[in-house]
Design a protein around this ligand. Structure first.
Ligand code: NAP
Ligand code: HSE
Length: 436
């Protein structure tokens, strides 16, 4: 066997501890698979006294994670701290500049700085691997880089945030409150340090921007992703969706169009019985359409200790085997510049929920406002009992026929000014999703 691959792990939280556990538990198998042992030489985190439930007695502790990037006895820096800036970015930049391979699970870093980091990795002939950054345990980066290299990819549609999918699934199954279920997701180690990145759709947008770059051979273009989160989805919406034959999912969609690349993350109603509707709990799924392979759907756990650490280890084994590939499949000099296609041209049906004044004629006024924007209505549901002393406002749900995004926006502008409507209407796109 050749000499060991010496690694330093910065960050010993959910993912870091998972990596340490697998390195210990599968040491012999990994050494046989890689042709050399993978030795944990140094670790770093904020609190040296915290009991992390793993044996680190033979491993050097560094108070300053950045020292790992300069240590002579480290070949690979494994960055598991998180965040697009600060220590994580400094650590990765220094490691690459010092000719060390980098493995990271940090989608914020790759979505914001992936191309400049990849250039640095290429200049120094080292690997920058980030399988764990997208869709947890699903080997989607490997699939795009290796298994699907023969294909021209036309679309990528995914459920890319485990926390949101867990919240939506639990709310539907148990009727529990959004905030309460989010706390569970945090306790299970699914959520980001700042969970607003999860529920606000930003985490899924980071992942989508990375996938879109890999799929379409363009530089990562995170700023062009249209992002909406799940914060405004209520148990009422989930109930209505079910009644209409749909489930609500946070979808991430990237499509190659004649005008450029369209990237969007938003909640959507997807038909019950469609492949994405069946993805529940912390599971993620990615549906990729290629010109040769057709539709390919990968599903697996998208967050948590085991699945994420599993992806980190696959990157380490590749490096131990001597595989150093361009981080974005092709060298950065071959990547095309970003070209954004806005979402105005998107066509689809919509679910609209708002509070309407409960009086004769109000519904007619609202439907007229929609008609003025050329939005036609497929279904209207009004629910709720008027109680003495209440404001007389009832939740009303409209499902529209297929229309375009710009007409829908025009309709919303009309509705928001309308006296019959209290507050801003909630709008959820209806996506028919991928069919086999
Ligand atoms: P976490 O549980 O919050 O752990 C973060 C770790 O970083 C902690 O050990 C913390 O130290 C350490 N840390 C924070 N600031 C530091 C600093 N300045 N110097 C050294 N160490 C520092 O986070 P995580 O869930 O493991 O996530 C780590 C990364 O993986 C993030 O980029 C995240 O987006 C990504 N990721 C997470 C998951 C998941 O399911 N959790 C899945 C995919 C990707 P202390 O422990 O001492 O506080
Ligand atoms: N917070 C992320 C999620 C972790 O819930 O999907 C996995 O990237």
């Amino acid at each position: 066997m050749t000499k060991p691959l010496r690694i330093g792990v910065a960050g010993l939280g959910t993912v870091g501890v998972g990596v340490v556990k697998i390195l210990a538990a599968r040491r012999d198998f990994l050494a046989a698979a890689a042709g050399r042992s993978i030795d944990l030489v140094a670790v770093s985190a904020r609190d040296p006294k915290k009991d992390r439930g793993v044996d680190l007695s033979n491993v050097r502790w560094e108070d300053d994670a950045r020292k790992i990037a300069s240590a002579d006895d480290i070949d690979v820096v494994v960055e598991l701290i998180g965040g697009a800036e600060g220590v994580a970015r400094e650590l990765v930049e220094t490691a690459l500049a010092n000719g060390k391979h980098v493995v990271t699970a940090n989608k914020a870093l790759i979505a914001n700085h992936g191309i400049s980091l990849a250039r640095r990795a290429e200049q120094h002939g080292v690997a920058l691997n980030y399988e764990a950054a997208v869709a947890g345990g699903i080997p989607i980066i490997k699939a795009l880089r290796e298994g699907l290299a023969a294909n021209e990819i036309t679309s990528v549609i995914g459920i890319l945030n485990g926390t949101c999918n867990y919240i939506l699934t639990e709310m539907e199954a148990t009727g529990r409150d959004f905030g309460e279920v989010l706390k569970d997701a945090q306790a299970l180690g699914y959520a980001e340090a700042d969970p607003s990145f999860d529920v606000g759709g930003i985490d899924a947008a980071h992942k989508l921007a990375i996938l879109a770059s890999l799929a379409f051979g363009r530089e990562v273009d995170f700023d062009s992703v249209h992002v909406e989160g799940i914060e405004k989805i209520t148990a009422t919406d989930i109930k209505f969706a079910r009644e209409f034959g749909y489930k609500i999912k946070l979808l991430a969609i990237a499509t190659k169009t004649a005008d450029g690349i369209e990237q969007r993350v938003h909640p959507a109603l997807v038909p019950e019985g469609s492949p994405l509707a069946a993805v529940s709990g912390v599971f993620n799924a990615v549906a990729v359409r290629g010109d040769r392979v057709g539709l390919l759907i990968l599903e697996g756990r998208g967050a948590g200790e085991g699945p994420t650490a599993s992806a980190v280890l696959s990157d380490l084994v590749d490096i131990a085997r001597g595989l150093v590939m361009p981080p974005f499949i092709v060298p950065t000099s071959h990547l095309k510049k970003p070209e954004k296609a806005g979402i105005d041209r998107v066509q689809g049906a919509y679910y609209l929920r708002f509070l309407a004044v409960d009086r004769a004629g109000s519904m007619a006024d609202i439907t007229r406002a929609l008609a003025e924007a050329s939005v036609s209505i497929e279904r209207i549901v009004q629910r709720g009992e008027r109680k003495e002393g209440d404001t007389g406002r009832m939740p009303v749900v409209f499902v529209t026929h297929k229309t375009d995004e710009s007409s829908m926006r025009q309709a919303l502008a009309h509705l928001e000014k309308h006296q019959e409507v209290a507050g801003t209407p909630l709008v959820i796109r209806i996506e028919e999703g991928e069919s086999r």
